[in-house]
Design a protein around this ligand. Structure first.
Ligand code: SF4
Length: 354
């Protein structure tokens, strides 16, 4: 079977993209600008920005002499403005230290602001045909699937493996075409969801295709464990009713009805007294259960307490509601509150989740 690069190049000749604005009259400067714009931005979005930018800042020295405001003005809407600022600063350094020519040496290129290893490799490979591998997002996806490289691509060890594969597959000849080809493959066939493996020139020996594991590679960033928080809900019972309190309009469960919460260092009896209530039985602590928000996990410990009213007027404000589980009123309830109310209404259903 022909090598990966041979198959990719043959595919590229027939199906690759050959008329992108930065492929016409290619110079190291135009490749550099396009590569920086293409970081984090789709090709279709970049095209008009690239054309405006290159027609106003026609060379490294014109860009270096421009005011930063003028550069950022043409970057407006493209996002990630540090890219525009770095491009401008790097142009000034190229004029000051390299006679206005982008360095041909990869280490010197890497010393310029905003140019990482893959961008430097792309500039040299695409504009001079020098043999340097690249590893942008598209290439990472292709190689992670082709070789079934496990682990999140942001991890150093995983990156090392991918760079090694990228290095191995980069051919000695037609480096510019190969570099464009592997980027195009990732952008058009080996796309993030539903890759078109049937039309891919690599399908015969792609491991992910053989095992049907395309959706598992590359692996996503591992989720950090969510921070754990704790709270205590007071299940204040009075003549078959439970006390609810309306939450402030902003924050978690904003505007919904919830059981009153009590701090760890607050005594239930003291809390009751402050709210015109008197405990008539001992407080019963139930098993805690978990509720998960997007940003944290909340462990909720319900404290059951039976009370009588000592100063009824304290509960007059519309912040409070005596909720009757056998004749429930239609109010917005925080999710764990509905769960607890359902458990109270049907004690046999209760299952502890912690
Ligand atoms: S066969 Fe499918 S998964 Fe493998 S490189 Fe081609 S498009 Fe990507």
């Amino acid at each position: 079977m022909p090598s990966l690069s041979e198959r990719l190049l043959a595919w590229f000749d027939s199906f690759g993209r050959h008329d992108l604005p930065w492929q016409v009259d290619r110079t190291p400067y135009s490749v550099w600008v396009s590569e920086i714009m293409l970081q984090q931005t789709q090709v279709a979005t970049v095209i008009p920005y690239f054309e405006r930018f290159i027609s106003q800042f026609t060379s490294v020295s014109v860009l270096a002499a421009a005011a930063q405001d003028g550069v950022l003005h043409l970057w407006s809407g493209l996002g990630y403005y540090a890219r525009g600022r770095n491009l401008h600063r790097a142009a000034q350094m190229i004029v000051a230290n390299h006679n206005g020519e982008l360095p041909r040496d990869i280490e010197t290129l890497l010393a310029l602001p905003g140019i990482g290893r893959s961008t430097a490799g792309a500039i040299l490979a695409l504009s001079h045909g020098d043999r340097h591998p690249i590893l942008d997002g598209n290439v990472k996806r292709v190689l992670a699937r082709f070789h079934e490289v496990s682990g999140w691509t942001g991890e150093e060890a995983v990156q090392k493996k991918l760079w090694l594969h990228a290095e191995t597959h980069t051919p000695n000849l037609r480096v510019a075409a190969y570099t464009q080809a592997i980027m195009d493959l990732g952008a058009t066939l080996c796309v993030r969801s539903k890759p078109d493996c049937g039309r891919c020139p690599l399908h015969a020996d792609c491991r992910a295709n053989a095992h049907g594991t395309q959706s598992q590679f590359p692996e996503s960033k591992p989720r950090k464990p969510l921070p754990q928080k704790y709270t205590r809900f007071l299940l204040v019972k009075l003549d078959g009713q439970l006390l609810l309190r309306r939450r402030p309009p902003v924050g978690i469960w904003g505007g919904l009805w919830c059981f009153p919460e009590i701090d760890d260092d607050d005594e239930v009896g003291v809390w009751c007294e402050r709210h015109g209530l008197t405990l008539t039985q001992s407080v019963v602590e139930q098993s805690p259960f978990a509720h998960t928000f997007t940003h944290f996990r909340l462990s909720i410990t319900p404290l059951e307490c039976v009370v009588k009213l000592s100063h009824p007027s304290v509960m007059d404000s519309d912040e409070w509601l005596w909720y009757n589980t056998s004749q429930p009123v239609k109010v917005g309830l925080a999710k764990p509150v509905s769960k607890l109310l359902a458990d109270i209404a049907n004690p046999n259903n209760r299952e502890d989740t912690l």
